[in-house]
Write a protein that binds this ligand. Structure first.
Ligand code: ATP
Ligand code: MG
Length: 396
């Protein structure tokens, strides 16, 4: 008989902690899993209170596993075989589920949820292990086995699982509301985006472009980064803000040392306006304390003063080295370091204020009608949806 993997068993992540929200979390995870695996049409899904099952049918278990490993809200999953709860069948299936040709250490861990099954778990362990020992050079190691064979005996069926794979952790994207994420082409904001999504927050990205001072390449780079991140939530809506006029106005009306602070205050106002328009509850940024002049606490205070909305800064206390490690892990680093100009760098002031004051910002801002320009920026955004597959990009 052929006992190849026929399904995947998914164990829920942190959501098991959230008592009364549990049902909506499971529902969201179920939806996200199906969406992530939409390219595998013959899969069949079943959700239960404490687990989810995916029946593989004709799909490649490894390819499905690779996609599944990016879905937040899953603590771990295993490829599994379902067999009738019959001792002889279980023994054979367990033996056939592993490749005995290379020498390994192993352990069998059986659990009987059907107490009417005529053998206790210790007997199942011994019989399965005995069969493997007789047919291979494998050795038992109960503490640090290379392979752990898990056997779960239920009333009608028994599940045999050999390789448990770590899930992405976190919460299912969508259960934590929505945030407008300020996405530059740098290293930090893609990592911050990933961390926000991992907390279950759906993001829409906002990017400030200043053509012709910033190039089409710079914009493409941001879209590439968004595309890389989009797999975690299915797709990302990117709002490209035409920021040039507002930036020029800042340089016309304010002292150069305040230009960056004023620009950031405008970014916050535009992000807040977009958040209201798009029914988001927070703004996200890739700021990190002390990294540059605009990221001292005094600076953050002055920038933050223009909005009452929560501003989430997921990498705020991480070292640059830690951020870079994570950027490498999620695959955005190589793109982030491509040398295209950002709207913040083109007008790089020689001596930016490290302790910008709110009253001085307000004095400069009183010199022109910035509010209508902020509104124009919100109204005139170009909205682009990016998805993991290069072919499915559309503009609306
Ligand atoms: P990053 O690597 O994310 O660009 P950074 O260390 O270069 O961060 P800054 O350039 O000072 O820091 O930007 C701080 C944050 O402001 C960014 O993480 C991002 O959230 C936001 N930001 C900066 N420039 C832009 C932009 N052109 N469009 C959207 N957001 C931006
Ligand atoms: Mg930057």
């Amino acid at each position: 008989m052929d006992y190849r993997y026929d399904h995947i068993l998914i164990r829920y992540g942190e959501l098991s902690l959230k008592g009364k929200n549990r049902n909506s979390f499971i529902k969201q995870l179920y939806h996200n899993v199906k969406k992530a695996l939409a390219n595998f049409p013959t899969l069949e899904y079943e959700r239960q209170h404490d687990r989810m099952y995916i029946y593989l049918h004709d799909e490649d278990p490894e390819k499905v596993s690779d996609v599944l490993a990016t879905v937040f809200g899953i603590s771990s999953f295993s490829l599994a075989i379902q067999v009738p709860s019959d001792m002889d069948v279980i023994i054979q299936a367990a033996k056939n589920s592993v490749d005995l040709s290379t020498k390994k250490t192993f352990k069998v861990a059986a659990r009987r949820s059907d107490k009417n099954f005529p053998y206790i778990s210790d007997t199942i362990n011994r019989q399965v292990a005995g069969e493997i020992l007789r047919n291979s050079d494998w050795k038992v190691d109960v503490h640090h086995p290379d392979v752990k064979i898990v056997i779960e005996v239920h009333k009608e069926f028994t599940y045999i699982m050999t390789n448990r794979r770590a899930g992405a952790g976190g919460y299912p994207v969508g259960v934590g509301g929505k945030a407008i994420m300020l996405l530059s082409g740098g290293i930090d904001s893609p990592v911050a985006s990933y961390l926000l999504m991992k907390r279950g927050v759906h993001i829409e990205a906002i990017h400030f472009a200043a053509p012709p001072y910033t190039s089409q390449n710079a914009q493409e780079k941001v879209l590439t980064l968004a595309k890389m991140l989009s797999g975690y939530q299915g797709e990302i809506l990117v709002h490209i803000v035409p920021f040039t006029q507002l930036q020029l106005a800042i340089y016309q009306h304010a002292d150069e040392s305040y230009a960056i602070t004023l620009m950031r205050r405008m970014m916050m106002r535009i992000a807040e306006g977009m958040a209201k328009k798009r029914h988001a509850q927070a703004i996200g940024t890739g700021e990190s304390v002390g990294q540059v002049a605009s990221q001292t606490l005094e600076s953050m205070q002055t920038i933050n003063a223009v909005t009452n909305m929560p501003v989430i800064r997921p990498v705020v206390c991480m070292d640059k080295v830690e951020i870079i490690d994570l950027a490498r892990k999620i695959g955005t680093y190589e793109t982030s370091i491509l040398p295209y100009e950002d709207c913040c760098t083109i007008f790089d002031p020689k001596a930016p204020a490290t302790k910008p004051r709110i009253d001085r910002c307000e004095k400069y801002e009183a010199r022109w009608d910035w509010a209508s320009m902020v509104q124009d920026c919100i109204d005139q955004c170009e909205d682009i949806v990016v998805r993991p597959e290069a072919t499915q990009e559309d503009i609306f």
